[in-house]
Design a protein around this ligand. Structure first.
Ligand code: F42
Length: 327
């Protein structure tokens, strides 16, 4: 399966155009990110629903802190209804920095995700929900409509979150691009699958990847550099070490980002090794061979994330023709 990520930092109608193009080029899922400073994810999904016929529409990902579980259930339920059953809910612990800015305390992220997913399933199935958990409290709330069975995906990177996903989620969205990261992640997911007595096939494993494609290798690689810089700056040391990347580079790249010194990033700070570790990037042939490796390890959905390519429209068409069409 193939998915595509869009960030509603772009106007919603522009994303509607790209999403229709992605649908016409064979993509199965669109994932819309959720951050308070961009357009609202559910409004965006509603517009996408009206402009497409087949593609599945997911939050990629929302979080359990900015919205009560009842509100998340009513919103995704409405998207499911207007799209004829195409909604998918991606949820993750969220991003501490944005919660700090909003004055929201980020406590026990894993427990909060776990309790929220269980409560969401009850709301979606039309039940009256009562849950007095460690982090989630619902006192007899019930939706006045029954959204039905909407798949729930968890955005996860950490070992415990991955294991939790294997236990309770229909899919996992993993921000990574390299086989080494997926060898680690799938081991963790499978531990959860086993502990819960599930079948590994019950969990769709998504590579939520920094992706850049172009007919010219160097154009694709150049376009990926800024996104890769942000990934390096935000990666735990263990992840950098897994890819033999100098941990000190994290600070210098972080400083360059803070100063807005994109010239330095483009001019050599972001190395080829970093691009290889943190993106799927290059010509259709290069991308296809990485995708083949990932599928062999157990990745079941490739999600084409930012930047997609130097020219989004051409890149979506190139993926449709040379990757999805040629699979
Ligand atoms: N975040 C957003 O805010 N918006 C997005 O649109 C978005 C998209 C997205 C897509 C894919 C994806 O993989 C992630 C995405 N994210 C997005 C980020 C996501 O929300 C998370 O921030 C990200 O996945 C990081 O999660 P993580 O798996 O690293 O989990 C964190 C919380 C972590 O520390 N996990 C640890 C682990 O080992 O997995 C476990 C922490 C733990 O055990 N905590 C205990 C608990 O109960 O929570 C408490 C421990 C204690 O002592 O208090």
């Amino acid at each position: 399966m193939f998915g595509i990520e869009f960030v509603p930092s772009d106007p919603v109608l522009k994303l509607a155009y790209y999403t229709k193009l992605a649908e016409d080029n064979g993509f199965d899922n669109v994932w819309i990110t959720d951050h308070y400073n961009n357009r609202d994810v559910y409004t965006t999904l509603a517009v996408l629903a009206q402009n497409t016929n087949r593609i599945k529409l997911g939050t990629g990902v929302t979080n359990p802190y900015t919205r009560n579980a009842a509100i998340t259930a009513q919103s995704i339920g409405a998207v499911n209804e207007i799209s004829g059953g195409r909604a998918v809910l991606g949820i993750g612990p969220g991003d501490k920095a944005t919660f700090d800015a909003m004055g929201i305390e980020w406590e026990k992220p894993m427990t909060t995700v776990s309790e929220t997913v269980s409560v969401l399933r009850e709301f979606l199935s039309g039940k009256k929900v009562s849950h007095q958990g460690e982090r989630v409290n619902i006192n007899g709330a019930k939706l006045a409509f029954k959204p039905g069975n909407i798949p729930i995906y968890i955005g996860a990177q950490g070992p415990k979150m991955l294991e939790l996903s294997g236990k309770i989620a229909d899919g996992v969205l993993i921000n990574a691009s390299h086989p080494k990261d997926f060898e680690f992640a799938i081991k963790q997911i499978n531990a959860g699958v086993k502990a819960a007595g599930r079948n590994p096939k019950d969990v769709d494993v998504g590579a939520y990847a920094c992706f850049s494609i172009d007919k010219k290798e160097d154009r694709a690689r150049n376009e990926a550099k800024v996104v890769v810089a942000f990934i390096v700056a935000g990666s735990p040391d263990a992840v950098l070490e897994r890819h033999n990347i100098d941990v000190a580079a994290k600070k210098s790249i972080g400083d360059a980002i803070a100063k807005g010194d994109f010239g330095a990033l483009m001019g050599g700070m972001v190395t080829d090794d970093m691009i290889d570790a943190f993106s799927i990037c290059g010509t259709p042939d290069t991308c296809n061979s990485r995708i083949k490796e990932l599928k062999k390890i157990g990745v079941t959905q490739i999600i084409v994330g930012s930047p997609i390519g130097p020219d989004k429209e051409k890149s979506i068409k190139l993926i449709g023709k040379e990757i999805i069409g040629g699979k």
